[in-house]
Design a binder for this molecule. Structure first.
Ligand SMILES: Cc1cc2nc3c(=O)[nH]c(=O)nc-3n(C[C@H](O)[C@H](O)[C@H](O)COP(=O)(O)OP(=O)(O)OC[C@H]3O[C@@H](n4cnc5c(N)ncnc54)[C@H](O)[C@@H]3O)c2cc1C
Length: 345
């Protein structure tokens, strides 16, 4: 079966790998230039030396399936243990450990979180920088014709026997809505139509050579910042200090309304100075990235959604199924892939 997957994030890549290993032809359509979706890494000015995870900063999980996955990545040298504890900022000071948090091993990717997506890429074919604008159901009974057309926002049209939409729920809603207005598809839309996401701004900053910070990450109780990560502790840099900070949803929303990332940057630097000391308000360079879809505010109590039409299979997978995390994205993709391997063997 020729399966088109929209989205090269963890859920789509996980489902795709299982299906490709089972002998299906899997083609992934991804609107951005890189693999991994929200597990993404930015190279500062294209320099190989400075990599900053401006999406999800680390990997951790509790389910046996996700632990097995982390073990696979560790065995391949793609992830490595980072820390069991994180610091926290509360009532105007930094505590070495967050009170009440059970120690849990966090893993980072020394080459950047996007190397996890790159690792998956060997099993599938990709169209990168290919934004899908819609899907068309052309009918399962047509002889020698595939039941689906995937329409890119450019002029390209691709045929597929089955489609998996592996994007955040809001984008999936838009894509499913472009398919024919059939009862089955309307049912899918109804299930996902009230899933909204928190937003965040990732602020990346470099400070040049500095004494290494004693903390690896600080969870912040602060109106502007929720998380500060010492990126230099993930990679062996030449003594340079690089940070990635994430803002609170409330602050990101305010900045979306203001439509001014420069103003956001100024306020974030001020907050960094207040939390870490005045040096942190004066980086040598900085960049901001707005994530409209950070984490789902709620999740669905099912592992994935699929249409009932087996002649034109269509399914949704992602981090909004049975959780609100990377682990949820992985498990959703895993369960969908395994189910389709059994169903369409
Ligand atoms: C700043 C930040 C911090 C985070 N921190 C954590 C954390 O600490 N712990 C945790 O568990 N999770 C965290 N997350 C969330 C985690 O990254 C996600 O839950 C997970 O990666 C989602 O995977 P996914 O496959 O569901 O979706 P995504 O990774 O979003 O993948 C979807 C892909 O679909 C592509 N796409 C969308 N629309 C189209 C289209 N029309 N055509 C083609 N391609 C399209 C997107 O470009 C993207 O690559 C964080 C996320 C961010 C942004």
């Amino acid at each position: 079966m020729k399966i088109g997957i929209i989205g090269a994030g963890l859920s789509g890549l996980t489902a795709g790998r299982i299906l490709a290993k089972a002998g299906h032809e899997v083609i992934v359509y991804e609107k951005s230039k890189g693999y991994g979706g929200r597990m993404s890494t930015r190279r500062r000015n294209g320099a190989a030396a400075v990599k900053l995870d401006h999406g999800a900063p680390y990997l951790t999980g509790t389910s046996p399936e996700f632990r097995t996955f982390i073990e696979e990545l560790e065995a391949k040298g793609i992830v490595a243990g980072w820390t069991d504890t994180v610091s926290c900022y509360t009532e105007g000071r930094i505590l070495a450990e967050m009170p009440g948090r059970e120690p849990r091993k966090l893993y980072i990717a020394p080459e950047g979180m996007n190397s996890i997506g790159k690792y998956f890429s060997r099993w599938m074919d990709f169209y990168m920088s290919e934004k899908v604008g819609g899907i068309t159901h052309i009918g399962g009974s047509r002889i020698r014709k595939s039941p689906w057309m995937i329409n890119s926002s450019s002029i390209n049209v691709f045929e597929a026997d089955a489609v998996i939409i592996a994007t955040p729920a809001i984008q999936a809603y838009g894509l499913v809505s472009t398919a024919q207005d059939e009862f089955d598809i309307r049912k899918m839309i109804t299930l996902i139509d009230d899933i909204s996401y928190t937003s965040t701004i990732s602020f990346m900053a470099g400070y040049g050579e500095r004494n290494p910070a004693v903390w690896k990450a600080v969870v912040c109780d602060h109106p502007v910042l929720s998380w500060i990560c010492n990126e230099s502790s993930k990679r062996d840099y030449s003594g340079d200090m690089n940070l990635v900070a994430h803002t609170t949803h409330r602050f990101a929303k305010e900045m979306i309304e203001l439509d001014d990332l420069n103003e956001a940057g100024r306020r974030i630097m001020k907050a960094l100075g207040a939390i870490l000391g005045s040096w942190a308000a004066r980086p040598e360079w900085h960049q901001s990235h707005l994530w409209r879809y950070h984490l789902p505010k709620k999740s669905l109590d099912m592992p994935f959604i699929e249409s009932e039409d087996d002649l034109a299979p269509l399914a949704l997978t992602g981090d909004y199924f049975q959780g609100r995390s990377m682990e949820a994205a992985y498990l959703s993709g895993l369960k969908l892939g395994t189910h389709w391997v059994e169903k369409f063997s």
